[in-house]
Design a protein around this ligand. Structure first.
Ligand code: ZN
Length: 90
């Protein structure tokens, strides 16, 4: 597949949504700013472990959309970086 025509997956597009565009109301409900319209946004809610979003993509497919992936990526604990051990020069 030509690199210029490759579409990002929903998961990749979700991870590209910056953290400042994700707002948290409580542990189960979030609001993700629309990446295409300056005033829009979508509610992402956790219903007993299942994420749902009110965007057209989710409502049509009933599958995780980029907003769901964005929230999941934001909540995922970041792995700690393994730092190099300093060894004094001999
Ligand atoms: Zn969505």
């Amino acid at each position: 597949m030509n690199i210029t025509t490759k579409l990002l997956t929903r998961e990749e597009r979700g991870k590209n949504i910056p953290a400042r565009d994700i707002f948290q109301f409580n542990p189960e409900s979030f609001w993700v700013k629309s990446q295409s319209s300056p005033h829009g946004g979508y509610s992402v809610t956790n219903f007993g472990g299942k994420w749902e979003c009110d965007c057209p993509d989710y409502r049509f497919r009933q599958m995780p959309c980029k907003h769901v992936y964005a929230v999941e990526a934001a909540l995922k604990p970041k792995p700690k970086l393994i730092l190099s051990v300093w060894e004094a020069p001999q």
